[in-house]
Design a protein around this ligand. Sequence first.
Ligand code: UDP
Ligand code: MG
Length: 316
Amino acid sequence: MIISVVVPVYNEQNSLQQFNDKLLDFISNQKDEYKIIYVNDGSTDDTYKLLKNIALNSKSVSLVSLSKNFGKEIALSAGIYYAQGDAVITIDGDGQHPISYIPSFISKWQKGAAVVIGVRKNHGGSSFKKLASGIFYKLFNAFSDVKLVPYSTDFRLIDKNVRTEFIKMQETNRINRGLIDWLGYSRDYVYFEPNLRHGGVAKYSFAKLIKLASDSFVSLTPVPLYIFGFIGILITPLALLLGLFIIFEQYILGDPLLLDFTGTAMLGVLIIFLVGMVLMSQGIIGLYLSHIQAQSANRPLFVIDYSKSTIDKDAK
Ligand code: UDP
Ligand code: MG
């Protein structure tokens, strides 16, 4: 079996050497053949020099260097694109994804899972980050058809068939985890204890995490587009009923209930009615937009896991 290990790296000069030593040490003890693909995501420190050196000194290491910092999602996609073999493992280059878990991924794959997902056992980070990510998963799974397992990571293994389908997806604001989840296939999980970073700092600022969360929403579910439309659907008929009630009670029946609606109250009801209409029309625009978005993402209509037809001579 040939297994590719894809490692995206951005400004990791302090931890890279240590990570690479561990990884080379690991693969030298395996019976499968491993190929390592480093993706230099436009590093501005000595990472590129280091990587070049590493790649030129080892037969198992290849290097893809991007022209600028495209972000981890794109860097990972580039690596998966260049990967080959029977399975592709993606792992962070900062040492947080323990190499010692790779055999667990392989064994779950050999037992039949086409996608093996690494899930963090304990969630590191501040309690604020913890709370924010908790809210994100709750909201996301409430809205989206593609369900995310909380604390699932990019430490993953995908089978070569999944890779083939994955690289067909060309959308730009991509979240690889979401795309892989969207593809389906049989999956299994490996629960791991993340290490501390070997060195350097996490590249994801809070602002980048917010962008990641909003990209996940936008790329995987159109529901946020409709929400305001739903609010419109709720308040418009209520305002209409209230308005009709006021007209009947006050002007046609001559205020028998002595409610004595003020002009301001009536204006309020009118405004709520009109705002409701506007919100509904936003929701309708949202519906059209979601169709356009789905079309422009250009995902395959379906993904086939297995098929046998009468003309397949070598079907297994
Ligand atoms: N990374 C990358 N491009 C970026 C940011 C990060 O290739 O723009 C790499 C980084 O070098 C590391 C991995 O992606 O190997 C995870 O990044 P980081 O540790 O910053 O993220 P976190 O651990 O907080 O998820
Ligand atoms: Mg990290």
